[in-house]
Design a protein around this ligand. Structure first.
Ligand code: MG
Ligand code: MG
Length: 272
C-alpha cells in the first residue's frame, strides 16, 4: 500500500534525511587508508544520537550495526568490521535515521586514497544515473520511467544493473510501496502522485549484474568479484516535481568539491 505524505510530513522527512546527509558528511572527513569500518560505524551512531535521532538500520530486520559498509565488490548490506580500509578501495556507506516517526535512508560510495580510473568512472556514471532517475520521478510518470532512465544510462557503458535489490517508498516504515527497480520499461508500473516519497538507489556493477551473498546472511556482493557502486537519495513529489530531501553537499563540503547537480531538484534553497 502506498502512503502519500502531506507537506508537513515531507518537512519532517527532510529533517530525517538531512541527519543522514550530515552523518555522511562527517564520515567523509574520516575515510582514509587504515581506518576500520567499525570505527566509522561507532562515529556515525554517536553522531546520529547527538542529533536527536535513532540509527535507522540498527536492529532493523536484526541488522547489527548503524551503517551498511560495503567495500569494493560488496554491493550493499556489508557489516562493519575491524579490517582497515586500504588505498585504492571504494566503500559504499548506506545510513538510516529515525526521527519524528520518519526514516531517512541514503547512501554514497566514497573513494579511499587513490582509486583507479575505471572504478572512478563507475562511480561517476552510477551517480549520474541516480539524477537521471530522479528527473523521471514526477507526477504522472511511472515506476518504469525511473528504472529505464537508470538502466539506460548505465548499461550503455557495459555495466551490470543489480536486479534483486531495489529502491523503495519511504516513510514511517523503512521499506514502503512502491518498489523502485533500477531497470524497467518506460510508461510501465505504478503511477507517481503528489506527496509520494521514495528512496532512489542505483546499485551498479562494473561487470556482471549477477550477485551472491556471504554466509553472514547479509552481505551482497558481485558474482564476478568486480567493484560495485551505490548512490541513494530520498526524494518527494512536491508541486508535481521531484524535490530532494537528502543532499550530498555535506560530503562535497568536507571533500572540497563543488557541484550544482542537485539544483534542478530543490525548490527550497539549502544552506550547508
Ligand atoms: Mg539505503
Ligand atoms: Mg534504501
Amino acid at each position: 500500500m502506498i502512503h502519500l505524505k502531506t507537506r508537513e510530513e515531507i518537512e519532517l522527512m527532510r529533517e530525517s534525511a538531512l541527519i543522514v546527509s550530515k552523518t555522511l558528511g562527517m564520515l567523509a572527513s574520516e575515510i582514509k587508508p587504515g581506518v576500520t569500518t567499525l570505527y566509522l560505524d561507532k562515529l556515525a551512531e554517536t553522531f546520529i544520537r547527538d542529533h536527536g535521532a535513532i540509527p535507522g538500520f540498527l536492529g532493523l530486520y536484526d541488522f547489527p550495526n548503524t551503517l551498511c559498509m560495503s567495500p569494493n565488490a560488496q554491493i550493499v548490506h556489508g557489516i562493519p568490521n575491524d579490517t582497515p580500509l586500504e588505498d585504492g578501495d571504494i566503500i559504499s556507506i548506506d545510513c538510516g535515521s529515525l526521527k519524528n516517526g520518519f526514516y531517512g535512508d541514503h547512501a554514497y560510495t566514497f573513494e579511499v586514497g587513490d582509486v583507479d580510473e575505471t572504478t572512478k568512472k563507475l562511480l561517476r556514471i552510477t551517480k549520474e544515473s541516480l539524477y537521471k532517475g530522479i528527473a523521471a520521478f514526477k507526477a504522472g510518470n511511472r515506476v518504469g520511467d525511473v528504472g529505464y532512465a537508470i538502466q539506460n544510462h548505465t548499461e550503455k557503458e557495459g555495466y551490470g544493473v543489480v536486479r534483486e535489490l531495489v529502491g523503495h517508498g519511504l516513510g514511517s516504515v523503512m521499506h514502503e510501496d512502491p518498489e523502485m527497480p533500477n531497470y524497467g520499461n518506460r510508461g510501465r508500473g505504478k503511477q507517481f502522485k503528489e506527496g509520494l516519497v521514495v528512496a532512489i538507489e542505483p546499485m551498479i556493477n562494473l561487470g556482471t549484474h549477477r550477485i551472491k551473498q556471504l554466509k553472514d546472511g547479509w552481505t551482497i556482493l558481485t558474482a564476478d568479484g568486480k567493484p560495485s557502486a551505490h548512490f541513494e537519495h530520498d526524494v518527494a513529489i512536491v508541486d508535481g516535481k521531484p524535490e530532494l530531501l537528502s543532499t550530498f553537499q555535506y560530503i562535497y563540503k568536507a571533500l572540497g568539491i563543488t557541484s550544482d547537480e542537485e539544483l534542478p531538484f530543490r525548490q527550497i534553497p539549502l544552506v550547508v
